[in-house]
Design a protein around this ligand. Sequence first.
Ligand code: 2AM
Ligand code: CA
Length: 265
Amino acid sequence: MVIRSALLNVMMAAARKAARSLLRDYGEVENLQVSRKGPADFVSSADLKAEKTLRAELKKARPGFGFLLEEGGEVAGDDKSQRWIIDPIDGTTNFLHGIPNFCISIALERDGELVAGVVYQPLGDEMFHAEKGAGAFLNERRLRVSARRKLEDTLIATGIPFHGRPGHEVFLKELAAVMPTVAGIRRFGSAALDLAYVAAGRCDGYWEAGIKPWDIAAGVVLVRESGGYVTDYDGGSRMLDTGEIVAANDHLHQSLLRLLKTARA
Ligand code: 2AM
Ligand code: CA
């Protein structure tokens, strides 16, 4: 039996509550695929509804904390030192297309440092959670990053820049550098879950640029607490500011970082 802190319990309960309406809406989205208008408007209302629930639940439990929300932006709290960083649906495009790889992501930042993270994938009922200094877990099971040492054996996740966004050419260079050296590359479409997969040893590494704080904040805690390394492209910890992130197990992080650097040179 894992003993969890009150803080993680609050975060997990909020995620489960928001997931209930999300799952109902996802069921509808699957039906809407065949309509010509498509489910886009429906999905944005599902997103807003989930965010509202998360905000209300967390506010009830910790009234003073501030928020950084994907939809609602920054909301200052009375307690300036702590804020929740929230993505109500990470993997929105998947959700919209009836693909089950999406999640709720909640992180807590205290004095500028990420101290707790929850990534909940409702369809698989996979609750990834971590608190600084207390380890990372998937449901009841303790997580550890993979032990693979050779790049040629590794499965690496990444994200591809979206339509209308910059960075397509740079991404292709990065891909050209990484692809021939690894066993395989995956593009799952949810940054938070990609990081959770690195924490769980399912993937050996992950990189992406142009990413937002709410996509990665919770996943960063998961990777660190499972013994992995997570940095920006310079090897520092300004991922939330730069929107660039490289995560991997302890053996591979430097090699992956080096490959990405050469690609950009
Ligand atoms: P989202 O689903 O919350 O938007 C995958 O590469 C990551 O990019 C996901 O975490 C996803 O988060 C984010 N993403 C998806 N569509 C996006 C868009 N149009 N603009 C910016 N980020 C996006
Ligand atoms: Ca997101």
